[in-house]
Design a protein around this ligand. Sequence first.
Ligand code: FAD
Ligand code: NAP
Ligand code: SF4
Length: 675
Amino acid sequence: MNFDPLLQPLDLGFTTLKNRIMMGSMHSRMELLDRPYERLAAFYGERAKGGASLIVTGGYSPNESGVIETGAPVFDNEDELPEHQLVTDRVHAEGGKILIQLLHTGRNAKIPQPVGASDIPSRINPCTPHILTSDEIEQTIEDFAHSAALAKKAGYDGVEIMASEGYLLNQMLVERTNNRSDQWGGSYENRMRMPLEIVRKVKAAVGDDFIVMYRISAIDLVEDGATGAEIIELAQALEAAGVTLLNTGIGWHEARIPTIAYMVPRAAWRFAIRHLSEAVNIPVIASNRINTPEVANDIVASGDAAMVSMARPMLADPHFANKVAEDRSEEINTCIGCNQACLDFIFTGRVTSCLVNPRAGRELEFAENVSLQGDSKSIAIIGAGPAGLSAACTAAERGHKVTLFDASSEIGGQLNLAKIVPDKTEFYEFIRYFKTHLDKYGVDVQLNSTVDAATLGNNFDEVIVATGIVPRIPDIDGIDHPSVISYLDLLSGKATPGKRVAILGAGGIGFDVAVLLTHGKSTGAPDTETFLQKWGVDTTMTTPGCLAASGPQFPPPAHEITMLQRKPKSLGRGLGLTSGWVLRAELDAAGVKMVPGATYQKIDDAGLHYSIDGEDKLLEVDSIVLCTGQDSNNALYQQLTSAGIACKLIGGASEAKELDALAAVSQGLQIGGSL
Ligand code: FAD
Ligand code: NAP
Ligand code: SF4
């Protein structure tokens, strides 16, 4: 494919960006670790080396009241400039440019006393904000300008003024959060005053040869948010105030519409970006769920945006841009939108990483391409799920001779089941990535090969067993009844459920199975029009917040579903923080009944008999799908060790409890790098 549009330089007058690929800002929490700036220099340096023309750091507050959480970084002190210079020097040495993001979180700050335009608390932070006085607003504007001046001294190429996602500057703009009656509230002109003053003061502090990027909310997706016309009015005023680049954000963090998780179709928000691009003359940057070069290139080629911002895709693959430029886009490790190791880690107090690339954020611990210390070995890996695939690719890349066996006719293990679930089709990309690398590094892949001790003999220096899991069959009277189906048989299409279905178990697989059953079948990649209509988005952008007057429109479910679990807690608590609520909302809209605290008694022709708090109940269903967890499939390991063949165990075969693809990939990476 011709990626010329994406690879074209972007001339900003006083400086030129070498291509249209930007690494967008992501909080990493690396600032809270030891050697934070050494880590950040390695992290951003690798992405600059990978060809991104512009990088935006995670958010730094211009003052103490705007931090994301207690202990999060503030950028207001001259003494810290040498540490920032470690980062800027490294990025420049690798041929990139870097902006520092200036972020005031306003009422979203997780600190004892957040501040806000008004005293209206946020849906995601119940703390009542202190109302900023007019003097405090003036001081905050000065603080932004001071931080921008420091950024220039530290060697940054510019600043991004973060004003989307429902943070302070977004809060100033709309009546949802701004009910002031002074010069900072009331008319739209007054509500725009603070962001515009910040841009003017920042420009005055840094001059015209410094990038001033403003991240505007291209669509708010909250009640009483901005209309499309208001967004345009602000964008044009920002252009007049001297903004160099207009980056975009989609939806407030408290929006009840998913904006970046895997169920959002690729480039779903393009219409809102186009709406801005058509109204201003400065370059507009598209963001959110842009994860492949094809999608990115199409956005730029069509003129919907001048540039694309990718944050999570740069965690997944720091070398994204170079791979595009060198005609190696098949080798890109694609962000699958799972949020599991990036946003979910951040929101649960951990340092960001990536499911498909666990090296991300741990560049100091896992050097790239660890070269072989001793002789090349002959290595057998049994099981081509994510654990085995990751081990095979890592070991082969280092120069070992690897043979990968799998009993199945395709690589991927359980990823092949995950990819069938509606909206989870990005898992195809992860399998494609592994396939490309198995070929590239010459791994001998032996499919349809059920391995036993005789297959292996003494032909290998090292044997790694990655045989995954077996589904757990609970001990319930009548478990052999014909109405009982395992999730494996359901997902692989071997069993067809009836109209009324009970799902036993409400972990990630139970929820995935419920989503599949509401759709009735595997539906392929999510479709933008259906998605926007389903979640009630006003694509004409005329209503406040661009929420459709008719509200969400979920299609009727294909099955009547009841989900049960033994724990007395609400179902789905263990799901990812940033995607679990979406699944719960979808299933709620589909009328799925949730039953916690169930004791299963028996299964017979009448259905499922269970009790709650000692009270007997009967659920009349046609089918019962078992999603009751998994146990390790370590039979081969035991057989091999009994036969005197030394082997190592990874992935689900080693420990099924709390195993997910992230753990499997990480273990594969570790063992592949240690052989
Ligand atoms: P597996 O993926 O189970 O692979 C084991 C492989 O070993 C299989 O290919 C099997 O054929 C092969 N094998 C077994 N015995 C032999 C033998 N004797 N000889 C040769 N080959 C053998 N995890 C997430 O993190 N996020 C998700 O969103 C997610 N969604 C999921 C959705 C579904 C529907 C399912 C079923 C799972 C999902 N998971 C998800 C879980 C994730 O897929 C597993 O944790 C992961 O695949 C485990 O990896 P593994 O390599 O240990 O084992
Ligand atoms: P899981 O999260 O451990 O859930 C297993 C479910 O089965 C629980 O609801 C449990 O609830 C129930 N259960 C366990 N033992 C049982 C027994 N003996 N009898 C009856 N019920 C029993 O595992 P999973 O859903 O199988 O998922 C496997 C892995 O894949 C997990 O690590 C998961 O994170 C990962 N995954 C992730 C996603 C995602 O979107 N992030 C999606 C799918 C899978 P009770 O004990 O309360 O009954
Ligand atoms: Fe993308 Fe998932 Fe990696 Fe986050 S963890 S960057 S969503 S692949």
